[in-house]
Design a protein. Structure first.
Length: 327
């Protein structure tokens, strides 16, 4: 009997476990989620289960309920979510990641490890069982409140980290930093809005692509230490359990150890850079057969391919970005 499905994916009966990748906030697509929900019953069930719990949290905070709408005939548009009260898009992003993770676990077996990048770390620790689904949602809303006091913004640059550092110096953006290194072609910089305008102008003059993320805050910036401390304090309100599988952090640039304080680890996402290549290279310790993006886009999967393919790494898939993905 074959132990492989189409697309080179192992079947659940193969006994092989993949690694799930949890992206940050910049690559959320409600269109991809709705399309997949309408074609994959296992994902539809997972969305109903996860968002059924999240609606209870949304009701606690007077936020729109999403379970019925996402599964109904008129799902919310990306614009409607963006224009909804603060916290709505964060709940949607968090819930989508956990629903994809749950559906993938049912089809291909539970992951050998999870990887969290920036905001995706909250979903990653919840997927690993360190937080309940409900408390992870509350933590996501706690972060939303903290981010309201993180002025500035985030811009994606189409270049390597060393080139980005030189570009920031050329632009005179002394208060802007490299916040996320996705791969050797893409980084995210964080800083004051006026700085980012200069960075984007300089990038255009140098032929480097620059795209401002539609997120009204900065992150991964050392000036946000007070906000990071406030977030860590809020996270102490929740009961934490030992993770069921290794949790790799792009900010910690390693897997968390049993004696690590995950509350401080999540808070570090506000002040320290996320370096995706470093943490991806460390996955060899889990001997992964497959990497699957537990999100609605494919930016993290694309970065993983660029980083790992030259090393003969495992196959990487972004299920919701692939209409033909075999659920």
């Amino acid at each position: 009997m074959s132990t492989r499905s189409t697309h080179g994916l192992p079947s659940r009966s193969s006994g092989k476990r993949p690694v799930h990748l949890f992206p940050g906030q910049g690559d959320f697509s409600v269109t991809s989620l709705v399309r997949a929900v309408r074609t994959a019953d296992v994902l539809r069930d997972a969305v109903g289960e996860v968002f059924g719990q999240l609606d209870d949290i949304a009701a606690e905070h007077d936020l729109p309920l999403l379970a019925t709408r996402l599964l109904g005939s008129r799902p919310p548009s990306a614009r409607e979510l963006a224009e909804a009260p603060a916290g709505t898009i964060q709940l949607a992003t968090y819930g989508a990641s956990l629903a994809v993770h749950r559906a993938l676990s049912r089809v291909y077996g539970p992951p050998a490890a999870v990887v969290g990048v920036s905001f995706g770390e909250i979903a990653a620790v919840a997927a690993a069982g360190a937080l309940t689904v409900a408390d992870g949602a509350r933590a996501a809303l706690d972060l939303t409140r903290v981010l309201a006091f993180c002025p500035g913004g985030l811009t994606v640059l189409g270049c390597a980290a060393d080139h980005a550092a030189r570009l920031l110096a050329t632009a005179g953006a002394a208060d802007t930093v490299v916040a996320v290194v996705n791969d050797d072609r893409t980084v995210v910089v964080s800083g004051p809005s006026a700085d980012l305008v200069r960075v984007e102008k300089t990038a255009g003059e140098l032929g480097t692509s620059a795209v401002r993320l539609r997120l009204p805050f900065s992150s991964h910036h050392p000036a946000l230490a007070p906000q990071a401390e406030a977030f860590a304090t809020l996270l102490r309100a929740y009961p934490w359990s030992r993770a069921r599988c290794p949790v790799f952090s792009a900010v910690a640039q390693r897997s968390y150890r049993p004696d690590d304080d995950l509350r401080l680890g999540l808070a570090d996402c506000l002040v320290k850079p996320a370096v995706v290549p470093t943490v991806l290279h460390q996955l060899h310790t889990c001997r992964p057969d497959l990497l699957l993006e537990a999100g609605t886009g494919d930016a993290l999967a694309t970065a993983a391919r660029r980083v790992l393919d030259p090393c003969g790494g495992p196959p990487v898939h972004a299920p919701l970005a692939d209409p033909d993905f075999p659920w």
